[in-house]
Design a protein around this ligand. Structure first.
Ligand code: HEC
Ligand code: HEC
Length: 229
């Protein structure tokens, strides 16, 4: 072999080794990182899913549903308990329900297919009944512009504690005397969902805020005027 040929062989070998090494590096090292990242994403997704499912109250029975026995309530208690506890209409506003139902449809599609799949898809009529039913008994959202003190200490504590599972609820959907009971139930819902309930001081402020804007509270005109408003 002439010296020139030997050099050419060495160069070709060097190139091959370089390419091989780079490929191996990408395959092994980067592949490992990609796999790690994918596992991490899958773990995060599983955690998010568990946290989302935990928001559904436990121990609700079909008899507890509003308009129990109606077509929509029956569809809810039939199709929506196949993967988790019974969701209740007051958990979400009509707008939120549309998004949740679209997600649930995807979950059902993903779990279907295959001869052993047991997850049943509601018929088109059952979906329509369900959608109308959820909207009819949905959470009543608050129009933030309607409350001037939403950014005060009580309003901020209320926003922080009460917008984590459903839209910020309208305080005018209950009378002042009803709010302590509802607040206690929400604190139990928070504990069930693994969320930190407000501390006693925050809870006191939230209750005062809710009662100040309850359906039977004195109306403020102009808004925010007077000590009792
Ligand atoms: C195929 C299984 C499956 C079925 C059937 C199913 N869900 Fe879900 N649901 C899930 C999963 C998974 C999550 C958690 C991830 C998420 O929120 O998308 C969830 C979470 C939820 C949540 C809590 C999350 C939130 O945003 O409040 C509600 C409410 C809910 N589902 C309502 C329903 C309703 C209503 C139906 C009936 C139409 C239904 N689900 C049927 C799988 C299902
Ligand atoms: C852990 C999630 C979660 C948090 C946080 C939460 N809620 Fe709820 N809320 C629910 C669920 C679940 C329902 C439906 C079941 C029920 O009524 O207990 C609901 C329903 C409601 C309803 C309609 C039912 C009724 O009795 O009128 C109101 C009003 C309400 N929440 C107010 C609040 C207020 C005020 C706060 C803040 C102190 C709050 N929620 C925080 C989960 C939550």
């Amino acid at each position: 072999m002439k010296a020139g040929e030997r050099r050419a062989v060495v160069v070709v070998l060097a190139i091959l080794l370089g390419v091989g090494g780079l490929t191996a590096y990408l395959e092994l090292y980067q592949g490992e990182r990609v796999r790690e990242r994918m596992a991490q994403v899958a773990g995060e997704r599983a955690r998010d899913r568990m946290a989302a499912v935990a928001r559904i109250p436990r121990n609700m029975s079909p008899a507890d549903l509003p308009e129990a026995g109606s077509r929509g309530a029956r569809a809810l208690a039939t199709y929506c308990v196949q993967c988790h506890d019974l969701p209740v209409p007051a958990m979400h506003t009509p707008e939120e329900w549309r998004a949740v139902l679209a997600r649930m449809e995807r979950h059902i599609r993903q779990r279907r297919g295959g001869p052993f799949s047991r997850v049943a898809m509601p018929s088109r009529e059952a979906w329509a009944a369900l959608e109308a039913y959820l909207a009819r008994h949905a959470q009543r959202p608050l129009d933030p512009a309607s409350l001037p003190d939403l950014d005060g200490p009580g309003g901020r504590a209320f926003q922080e504690a009460c917008s984590r599972c459903h839209a910020l609820p309208d305080p005018a959907q209950h009378r002042a005397a009803e709010w302590p009971r509802v607040l206690l139930r929400m604190q139990a819902n928070m504990a069930d969902a693994g969320l930190t309930p407000p501390d006693p001081e925050a809870a006191r402020r939230i209750l005062a805020f809710l009662q100040r804007h309850a359906s039977d509270a004195p109306r403020c005109d102009p808004p925010g005027a007077g000590a009792s408003c």
